[in-house]
Design a protein around this ligand. Structure first.
Ligand code: BGC
Length: 726
């Protein structure tokens, strides 16, 4: 049927409705009709005005047509404080202090998508309160190297774990009529030379490792916007990459939203326009009219280099996101809320569930504060606040409780707390210049001697060490995996002085723990914990909260074990990096190559014990379109309430191509009272056992035997079941 006369009629009717200027509100119109009607009324200049920023985080609206201004804000773990319209200074507002969640790796360490969902709801509400329409998150890049400065903002080395958390976050956030922006599309796995490096990888690595979280974010999460990364991918800038932006994002994923640049990641007008970029943000030119998608785009259309239909397509994408987030119907939008007790509780819940108990020799933890007379609290991170660091993800938190504050407030009345700084933050970090990390290994013996003295006077010692946002930060990578500032020496000396020493690692990316694992009995990894960091870690140490986090990445013994470093391709050479480790990222590498890491992916202890049993599948043989239903029984065999994350890995022992030793296919976090038993089910689609077959350019589930492995980490497999695929 020829739709054209119908559309013209619709437009005619619609235009008369719009005689009184006002947004596209004709109830009988579909969204697409409203969009087309609006576009038909726009001049070229008006169309183009919707396709580039007119300040740091805003895009102009079109007043006469009722198209509202678009307001964007950084995330991903809080709504960033208001930045001036035309420079990067903060605007100094008094109502923009916000709830600060623990960043990405901490969220992933909870292995609990319900918490990602909660976070999405809170961020949506706070974004609405701040009148923001788009929140720039989640960050779903894969953690490829322990050194990437932005690991803390990302989530995991495993695509399934990232996907599950991202989808929950996106779905929740967008129910609040705020769009997400999934970033950074694609292969922004290092900060070094991020704005010039050219990444190459096999099609298989792309499909199996680096794409799934983006695909799930768009296809399952329904993400309204995506942010193109700074780097090049296979020779082309991500912001003008035909393969990424047209073929994968638009055609394969069916993305109908807005593809925006990262801030100042546009490079051309015509090519970017033709390859599917919609919105240019952050370009470093004071006159917004000079941006690639401003006057030069008008000129390109006038010269016939960019068809007007391409501009219309972009405008339609912008308007579609505006309709999806009810921007034309402001009174119907979800109401905003800021800093409610519920928001703060959600931030606390994430921090508490993120903590990973790495080691607990002699059951030193939990600490029985009712029986302890004195504790030494040592370390710069006992008093350091982290929410305001990391660059674009920094949050002006309404408050941030440090570990020392929380311990004092919870136990100070009955327990004597002796504080010593222990080590000193020596780096003077400047954006884009990681030389600030130099001197990071310096040992300050005066501080160590003071720490040893307080350790000797105390029943128990807690050292809060790890990193800070001079290391875990946007814009530069770590130079090594060491614990900086001579902390190892501090920890060793203190543990000699008092064997009852607990080390708490506060960091968002892997650090080397070899110098301390054999010297201190107890280690907890508590991440950057957001505004409730101190309360959460204090409750974990005291046993009020039973740790239930699991590592979302492998902690190598040394950097050289880690795949990209073992192969010498991080951060690349001559502005090129080839991901030679291919699909063997993270535990896929360690397990396949039989390398013993310090702590494996998915690992974390509890104050209680669990038993896993009765692992079975509903059938022994499956067709390729079927779903495997696996059941298992889990029991809390210890004496306290707690949670276990049950992980289901799959192995394809005989295959025409190399397969990783195991791949995570499903997981479930289960809370159990002491003595409680549950029989539960996890499902895996047979299709998800496939590998990406480069020869067929398609997913391939080869017939034959597969092994399903049920465990509590990638290295703690409790039961296996063999199945066959027909
Ligand atoms: C970062 C993005 C961020 C943007 C706006 C860029 O430097 O890479 O993640 O959203 O700045 O602040």
């Amino acid at each position: 049927m020829n739709m054209r006369p119908l559309l013209l009629l619709v437009l005619f009717t619609y235009n008369s409705v719009l005689a009184q200027p006002g947004p596209a509100q004709t109830p009988s119109f579909t969204t697409d009709q409203k969009i087309q009607a609006l576009i038909s009324q726009m001049t070229l200049a008006e169309k183009v005005s919707l396709l580039h920023g007119n300040s740091k985080f805003y895009v102009a609206g079109i007043k006469r047509l009722g198209v509202p201004e678009w307001a964007l804000s950084d995330g991903p773990h809080g709504v960033r404080a208001e930045v001036n319209r035309h420079d990067w200074a903060y605007a100094g507002w008094t109502n923009d202090s916000a709830t600060c969640f623990p960043p990405g790796t901490a969220l992933a360490a909870t292995w609990n998508p319900a918490l990602a969902y909660q976070q999405g709801l809170v961020l949506g509400e706070e974004a609405r309160f701040r009148k923001k329409d788009i929140l720039l998150g989640p960050g779903v890049n894969i953690i490829r190297s322990p050194l990437c400065g932005r690991n803390f903002e990302y989530m995991s080395e495993d695509p399934l774990l990232v996907s599950r958390m991202a989808v929950a976050y996106i779905k929740a956030l967008q129910t609040k009529d705020v769009a997400v922006s999934v970033k950074h599309w694609l292969a922004n796995n290092q900060e070094e030379h991020r704005d010039s490096v050219d990444v190459s990888m096999s099609e298989r690595a792309l499909r199996e490792i680096y794409l799934p979280a983006f695909k799930a974010s768009v296809m399952e999460g329904g993400a309204y916007t995506v942010m193109a990364a700074y780097n090049r991918f296979r020779g082309e800038w991500c912001s003008e990459n035909e393969y990424l932006n047209r073929q994968l994002l638009r055609t394969e994923f069916g993305f109908k939203g807005v593809l925006m640049t990262d801030w100042s990641a546009a490079h051309t007008t015509v090519k970017a326009a033709l390859t599917g970029l919609d919105l240019e943000m952050g370009t470093d030119k004071n006159d917004y009219n000079e941006w690639y998608f401003a006057n030069p785009l008008i000129k390109a259309v006038e010269e016939g280099k960019v068809p007007v239909s391409v501009v219309d397509e972009k405008v339609a994408n912008v308007l579609r996101v505006m309709f999806n987030t009810k921007m034309f119907d402001e009174q119907k939008r979800a109401p905003g809320k800021m800093n409610t007790p519920e928001h703060q509780q959600a931030a606390y819940n994430s921090a508490a569930e993120a903590a990973v108990l790495l080691q607990n020799n002699g059951k030193l933890l939990p600490l029985h504060f009712d029986k302890i007379r004195s504790i030494a609290v040592i370390g710069d991170n006992a008093t350091r606040k982290h929410c305001s660091g990391g660059l674009s993800s920094e949050i002006k938190a309404l408050y941030e409780i440090t570990p020392l504050q929380a311990l004092q407030q919870k136990f100070g009345a009955t327990v004597k707390i002796n504080y010593a700084q222990g080590y000193e933050k020596q780096s003077t970090f400047k954006e884009g210049n990681n030389s600030g990390q130099a001197g990071a290994a310096k040992v300050n013996w005066k501080l160590i001697d003071e720490a040893v003295a307080v350790a000797k006077q105390s029943d128990v010692v807690i050292i809060f060490g790890g990193l800070n946002h001079d290391f875990d930060t946007e814009s530069s990578d770590k130079q090594n995996m060491d614990l900086p500032y001579g902390q190892e020496v501090l920890m060793q000396e203190v543990a000699k002085a008092n064997p009852n020493t607990v080390v708490v690692i506060i960091a968002g990316s892997p650090v080397q723990l070899t110098g301390i694992v054999h010297r201190v009995p107890a280690i907890v990894w508590s991440w950057f914990g957001g505004m409730e960091a101190g309360n959460a870690v204090a409750d974990v140490l005291s046993g009020k909260v039973n740790p239930s986090g699991k590592l979302p990445f492998t902690v190598p013994v040394s950097l050289a074990q880690s795949p990209a470093h073992a192969l010498g391709n991080f951060p690349g050479r001559d502005l090129k990096v080839n991901y030679e480790e291919d699909i063997l990222v993270g535990y896929r590498w360690f397990d396949t190559k039989k390398i013993q890491p310090q702590f494996p992916f998915g690992y974390g202890l509890s104050y209680t014990d669990f038993s896993l049993s009765h692992f079975s599948t509903d059938k022994t043989a499956y067709g390729k379109n079927e779903t495997i239903k696996a059941t298992f029984t889990i029991k809390n065999t210890g004496s306290v309430y707690g949670a276990e994350v049950v992980q289901l890995y799959a192995t394809d022992p005989v295959c025409s191509v190399l397969r990783p030793e195991k791949e995570l296919k499903a997981f479930q976090k289960i809370f159990l009272k002491p003595g409680e038993t549950k029989t539960l089910r996890m499902t895996v689609k047979v299709a998800d056992l496939a590998f990406y077959d480069e020869s067929k350019k398609a997913w391939n589930t080869e017939a034959g035997e597969y092994i399903l492995q049920l465990g509590t980490s990638s290295r703690a497999i409790i039961q296996k079941v063999k199945i066959s695929i027909k």
